[in-house]
Ligand binder design. Structure first.
Ligand code: CA
Ligand code: CA
Ligand code: CA
Length: 236
């Protein structure tokens, strides 16, 4: 084997290895960076079309862009909150109508969720007071991403100081789709709000995707084989 052919073989082997890597979710804490990663949102919901408080506690409510917000089993909250706002406006994000969500521990528990039809590849929203009411620093809520009934990933949502607002967003690795997000009780109930949801659907290909698609791999393999063939021909 010539030095060039060894290098080419290493390149091909490296591509195959990365192709076998597990699919992953890339998380963002900055909306501008998240939007840049997906090349712009393809839909969203800001709840500003609601003119009265509307419950989805133990039920489901259709939103814009094929989204549904709901909660498994009632826990006393879980509603779209329009002014005058809940708890004296403590959970307000920008003063406009938003969603208030609460997890609960009694089986089956209050499990707030958002589902997507058709499926999405990216989601971002402003959250207030999620996973941040305990001074003990213990996690309250697990944010799970689902494809049908399959649990794809659990977002890393660090425990934050009390009453903190933050953007949480993610982009699925190429090939993955998300049909639901659910907020699961871990310990102690978690009350939080969210607003300014934006989503991305397939067709807006995430540019950071680090797992080559089978088609790309095949083309790359053909290209490398072609280079190798030309190198051999030149030596004759
Ligand atoms: Ca709003
Ligand atoms: Ca209200
Ligand atoms: Ca909270």
């Amino acid at each position: 084997m010539t030095a060039r052919n060894v290098l080419l073989s290493a390149l091909v082997a490296g591509c195959l290895l990365s192709g076998a890597a597990q699919a992953a979710i890339v998380e963002y804490t900055d909306r501008a960076a998240w939007l840049a990663a997906i090349g712009g949102a393809t839909g969203g919901e800001n709840f500003n079309g609601f003119v009265a408080d509307t419950s989805f506690d133990g039920g489901a409510l259709a939103l814009a862009s094929g989204m549904t917000i709901g909660s498994v089993a009632p826990v006393g909250e879980n509603f779209i909150d329009v002014a005058p706002q809940f708890a004296g406006g403590v959970y307000s994000i920008d003063g406009s109508p938003l969603a208030v969500l609460r997890t609960g521990h009694s089986a089956p528990g209050g499990i707030p969720y958002i589902s997507f039809a058709p499926a999405i590849i990216a989601f971002g929203a402003d959250f207030f007071s999620i996973n941040n009411e305990l001074e003990s620093g213990l996690e309250q809520t697990e944010v799970q991403l689902l494809d049908g009934a399959t649990l794809l990933a659990t977002l890393d949502v660090p425990v934050a100081p009390i009453l903190e607002q933050r953007f949480l967003g993610f982009v699925a690795t190429a090939g993955e789709t998300i049909t639901g997000i659910r907020f699961l009780y871990v310990q102690d109930t978690d009350l939080f709000s969210l607003d300014n949801i934006e989503i991305g659907r397939a067709g807006t290909q995430p540019p950071h995707s680090d797992v080559p698609e089978p088609g790309t791999l095949a083309l790359l393999g053909l290209g490398l084989a072609g280079i190798g063939f030309q190198l051999r021909r030149r030596r004759r």
